[in-house]
Each structure stands twice: as structure tokens, then as C-alpha cells.
Design a protein around this ligand. Sequence first.
Ligand SMILES: Cc1cc2nc3c(=O)[nH]c(=O)nc-3n(C[C@H](O)[C@H](O)[C@H](O)COP(=O)(O)OP(=O)(O)OC[C@H]3O[C@@H](n4cnc5c(N)ncnc54)[C@H](O)[C@@H]3O)c2cc1C
Length: 395
Amino acid sequence: MAKIVIIGGSFGGLTAGFELKRLLGNKAEVTLLCDTDKFVFVPSLPWVSMGWRRPEDITIGLEKILAAGGIRFFPEAAVGVDADAAKVITAAHEFQYDYLVIATGPDLGFSSVPGFGPYGGHTECIFTLDQALKTKKAWDRFLENPGPIAVGAVQGVSCFGPAYEYAFEVDTELKRRNIRHRVPITFVTSEPYIGHFGIGGLKKSRSIMEDEFADREIKLITNQSVEEFTPDEVRLKDGTKLPFKLAMFAPPMAGVKAVFHLGNPKGFIPVDANYRHKNYKNIFSVGVAIAIAPPEQTPVPTGVPKTGYMTEHMAKYAAETIASEVLGKSLPKTGPVGALCIMDMGNTAALMKAYPVLPPRKTAELKEGKRYRWAKLAFEKYYLWKIRRGLTGLP
Ligand SMILES: Cc1cc2nc3c(=O)[nH]c(=O)nc-3n(C[C@H](O)[C@H](O)[C@H](O)COP(=O)(O)OP(=O)(O)OC[C@H]3O[C@@H](n4cnc5c(N)ncnc54)[C@H](O)[C@@H]3O)c2cc1C
């Protein structure tokens, strides 16, 4: 029986785990390690920060769903991987593996800018449940005494969508409360132009987003680095100082500590077309944990987003590859992954498609419309239903 260990219990780890069990049944012992005992539907975290979702609406206990899928679960953080000895180390155990799947997502780089982040810094973030709940508290305090808001993404960011979502949702909620006129909003980004999203070339994304920000009277500052966050100012590299009562900025990402040594200088894992580690044949990696080189050098550094949809596809390819090897079949043919993502805009939404993610692309577009917001709302319910049942074979 093949011993397969997975690190990470989110989009990548769960998809890989359920798919491996579906393909291999009792020919594999699948063990999943996660540093938390809950799956959090990350795309809904901006809604938690606005008070539009409660944590219990978007979280699922891992133990029950993994047991039902025949997957052993240990709610333990990996502290290291000994790739030569083929074992994962936690504080309490060592897990020997024939195959390892690394789906550990990102480490968030708040130390990249002085004063940055919700843990000892002066800005909020919405990338984890804990941060989204802190941001909700900051929002409630802000509403008692409103003032300027600064939202954005610092240099080196790859996941820009949540910053856009937050700016649009704040604008929508302030209008609902009839206090939008009292709140100047500024959006600052390292992207060379608005609507670039770290990949560029999404047809009319630039003009659609420019119009949207103009209609909403959100001031735009693009192609900028942040030098420092003080308790009440964002200080930009060009000397601009933006006062704020509330600031939410997206951070750059790196690989997590436990697997950093297996990665590139940023700790992201280099993989081949089957999501296999370039140096270790029995190690696979999927999702945010992998290395993807940006398609172009932007004047201020940016990275390539790794979305949930991309992550699921990577996890399926990795699972199929491992299963083929265990069953002695020829390796599956994989293709490049595409991005399909709906960005909430508070009262409307934008659909983004890029296939493949990196150019040259067959399809690339961004379209705005209320129907995409309905689709996003429905997708949240569908995905939670699907993952609760381990039905990762569904689209
Ligand atoms: C706010 C926000 C909104 C987003 N919205 C969208 C969207 O609308 N659509 C979309 O397609 N994508 C969206 N994304 C991107 C999407 O969330 C990611 O692509 C997806 O979460 C990646 O999945 P993953 O499994 O690679 O990593 P993650 O979801 O980051 O999961 C990593 C897992 O590994 C665990 N872990 C980490 N370190 C260890 C360790 N040492 N030991 C054990 N376990 C560990 C973590 O607890 C977690 O369970 C959004 C991202 C953010 C931050």
C-alpha cells in the first residue's frame, strides 16, 4: 500500500486527498496534516471583514469530512520535511511517505514594509480568518468615527483580487449607510496599471476598472511602492503621504517555513508539468506553494496570482500522476492551468478568465455585471456543499 502524506487542508490539500482516495481506494494510505482543524473558504473572507458572513458560514471541520473520505487526519503543523529520508516532521510525530504532496499555501510577508500588517503594524489584512475578524472590528470602530481609507497592494504582491474586492465593498457599504461622502478612498497598487492583476493582458480589464474606480470616486495610484506605514499615514516611495483612519493592504507571499528549504529563494516549490518537484521524484506540490515565474517584469515587482480554480486543477493533475505511478500505468498528459475567478464588487462583480494563465493565451477577458455577483454567491454555497462531501471530481 502506497503511503501518501499531504500537508495542508485547503483547496490544494483536500482536492489532492479526495482525488487520491477516489483513484486508489485501499491501494493507498492517505494521511493529511494541517496546522488547523478547519477548512476555511478563503474567497469569502472579504465578506467576513464587512460583517456579511460569520465564520461558521464559511468553515467546515476537517476531521469529519476526511474520515468519511477514508483519509487519516492529524491536526498538526509540519515543522520540517526531510526529503532524503522521505519523512515529514511535526512536534509530535514523524510521517514516513512514499509520496508527499505539499499544499501549504503562503507565508504572508508583513515584514517587507515597516509598520505593515495587523500583528504589531498599522494596517488590516483579510487573507486569513483571524485577520478578517480583526478587520471587522477595525471597521466597526471606523464607522463610529469615519475618515480617509487607504486600500491596496504593496510591492511584490501576487494576489491583488482581495484588495480590489475590499475597496469596492467598502464603497458599497458606505453608500448603503449614507456616509460615503465623508470618506475619501484611495487605492494604491504596485501593478503597472489598474486591472493588471499580476498577469496583464486581460483585454479591456484596464478600461473597465478605470471606469469603475472613476464612477465610484476612488482615487487611484498605480505603479507605486510603499516605503512605510505609520499609525495614520501610508508613505509612498515618491514622497506622497496618504492619511488614513483605516488601511487594508495585501501582502507579498513566500513559501512556509516547514518547506522553505525545498523551494526557490522565496521558498516556492519548483515543479514540472505534473506538479512534481524538480529534484525529488516523490514530492509534489500544488496551489500557492508552487513557483510560477511572472510573464513580464513590471517596473514595481509583482507576482502571478495562484487562484483556487488553478489550485484545484494542479491538485487533480498531481493526484492523477501519483495514482498512475502507483498503479503502474503511463503518466497522464497534463495541460497548462487556466484562471477563472469572480471578483466581488459589493453591488456587482467581475468575471476574469485567462487560459492558460500565462501568455500566449487562447482566452483572456474581464467582464463586469450583476449576474456574476449572483454566480459568486451561488459558487460559495456549491463549493462548501461539494467539499463537505469530498466530491472533488465534480467541476
Ligand atoms: C482573501 C482572498 C480571496 C480570494 N478569493 C478568491 C476567489 O474569489 N477565487 C479564487 O479562485 N481564488 C481566490 N483566492 C485565492 C485562493 O484562496 C487560493 O488560490 C487558495 O486558497 C489556494 O489554496 P492552497 O491549498 O494552495 O493554499 P491555502 O488555501 O493557503 O491553504 C494552505 C493550507 O495549508 C495549511 N498549512 C500551512 N502551513 C502548514 C504547515 N506547516 N503544516 C500543516 N499545515 C499547514 C494551512 O492551514 C491551510 O490549510 C483568494 C485568496 C484570498 C487570500
